[in-house]
Design a protein around this ligand. Structure first.
Ligand code: BG6
Length: 476
């Protein structure tokens, strides 16, 4: 353990997202959203990536988000469990289509507002600070069908209207906001990331980067509005993080890793520094991309974020010879398989030191406080005959990553807090499985939606409670 303990007031907690936990997909006036169209099974990847157009639901497929873990009805029970662990912060997202079922209405849906008020009040009742993502992998389907989602500049207005409604409706309840979850995932999983579906023969890079520009402008405007509504609001960007290592010290491999890092950091460079990075012009030229910008955009982008949040599951690895055949995706970003790392049940590398490296790089680059808002181990859990779940592998993973975060703090990196992903089991974003479990709390539900939905505390529940009570000093 490093010398530096976690600062007083460090925000320990857990994270989930509306699209993977709430269910209630047509309740309370909610409209259909992108994730509602992504089935379990063989077609899932093609739909997620925007390669197969799915604008309507089918009768012969199972859609895990429709009921998910029924957080929509069980949030009081679930928040009580988080409070029992001593959570200081709870990260969730607002389903855009609960507030704006179509996305282009003028006024928010009162039932949606009431639901989230009640949820945030429930957190506050226990002294838990909500950390709220405005857009976590769900765009109202009407905006996809009518406007082509983030291809259209009109999305900037729809999103900022929605963001303002949230800042006003939940003022005094929510102080920490994130605009777009893992904004760089738009490049790697365009439909789930940003509601993009491609047409035959079009330059996909052009579509993706123009959509990215619209999101970046919308994010900067939302940041400005949040500060106008309440100067105490703190707004963050959110990166699917994890540095690329060069496969070897061959200069070409080192360059490949740098380019791969830039592909993802491009978004955060804009959101945290307030302008397009210098390398963007060559990148766009090589990809045949021409970004259409309005005259006011450069000024809008100057509204940079207050803090930089990120997810970290694993580091990545790149070489000059990397291609589709020799790489595979962990958290949808393609990587070579690093032979020096252990791997999870789903083949994701396990690299706690990579977290320290990533955090140091990000602070060196942005000089803004960091918030680690997703980290955890997706694993198969076994329910023993006595009902207990002894997830020592998850405890080890979390312990090693918390130690690495402590070392980064010792390195001088300011960190606001830590929210472990899927603090209660939920639907996996990549595979749609329930059996890929991250939780400290087990949910009785399987990959095809069978089960009682009953909640059970895992061994990691008691361990994390101790970690929080000791402010990270007791990791045993
Ligand atoms: C991040 C997302 O990509 O990683 C989450 O923000 C997601 O929504 C998490 O669930 C873990 O990925 P997966 O595919 O294991 O659920």
């Amino acid at each position: 353990m490093s010398q530096q303990t976690f600062p007083a007031g460090f925000l320990w907690g857990g994270a989930l997202a509306a699209n993977q936990a709430e269910g209630g997909y047509r309740e309370g006036g909610k409209g259909l959203t992108t994730v509602d169209m992504i089935p379990h099974g063989a077609a899932r990847m093609a739909v997620k990536l925007g390669l197969e157009k799915r604008l309507t639901l089918r009768d012969d497929e199972y859609y895990p988000s429709h009921q998910a873990i029924d957080f929509y009805h069980r949030y009081k029970e679930d928040i009580a469990l988080m409070a029992e662990m001593g959570f200081k912060v709870f990260r969730t997202s607002i389903a855009w289509s609960r507030l704006y079922p179509q996305g282009d209405e003028q006024e928010p849906n009162a039932q949606g507002v009431a639901f989230y008020r009640s949820l945030f009040e429930e957190c506050k009742k226990y002294g838990i600070e909500p950390l709220v993502t405005l857009c976590h992998f769900d765009v109202p389907m009407h905006l996809v069908v009518e406007y082509g989602s983030w291809r259209s500049r009109k999305m900037v207005d729809f999103f900022t209207r929605y963001a303002r409604a949230c800042f006003e409706a939940f003022d005094g309840l929510v102080k920490y906001w994130l605009t777009f979850n893992e904004i760089n995932i738009l490049l790697h999983s365009p439909f789930s990331g940003a509601g993009l579906v491609f047409e035959e023969g079009e330059n996909r890079e052009q579509v993706k980067y123009q959509a990215a520009h619209h999101e970046l402008v919308a994010s900067a405007l939302a940041t400005r509005i949040a500060h106008q509504v309440n100067p105490a609001n703190q707004v963050g960007c959110m990166l699917a993080g994890g540095n690329f290592y060069p496969w070897s010290c061959k200069p070409e491999d080192v360059w490949a890793a740098l380019e791969k890092d830039r592909e993802n950091l491009f978004f955060i460079d804009v959101q945290a520094r307030g302008a397009y990075p210098s390398y963007a012009a060559r990148l766009f030229r090589e990809k045949g991309v021409v970004i259409h910008m309005e005259s006011e955009d450069a000024g809008i982008l100057k509204n940079s974020v207050d803090f930089v949040s990120f997810s970290y599951y694993a580091s990545r690895c790149a070489s000059a010879e990397m291609n589709e055949q020799n790489s595979s995706a962990a958290n949808v970003v393609k990587s070579l398989t690093n032979p020096h790392l252990k791997r999870s049940d789903w083949g994701w590398g396990i690299d706690p030191l990579g977290l320290r490296i990533t955090m140091n790089m990000m602070y060196d680059r942005y000089q803004k406080p960091l918030f680690l808002v997703e980290n955890g181990l997706g694993a198969q859990d076994k329910v023993e005959a006595d009902g207990s779940i002894n997830d020592d592998y998850r405890i080890s993973y979390l312990r090693e990553h918390i130690q690495a975060m402590a070392q980064a703090i010792d390195d001088g990196v300011p960190v606001i807090g830590y929210t472990t992903w899927g603090c209660i089991d939920l639907v996996a974003a990549s595979t749609g499985e329930m059996s890929k479990r991250y939780g400290l709390v087990y949910v009785d539900r399987d990959d095809l939606g069978r089960g009682t939905l009953a909640r059970t505390r895992k061994k990691s529940f008691w361990w994390y409670k101790k970690v929080i009570a000791s402010n990270g000093r007791d990791l045993s």
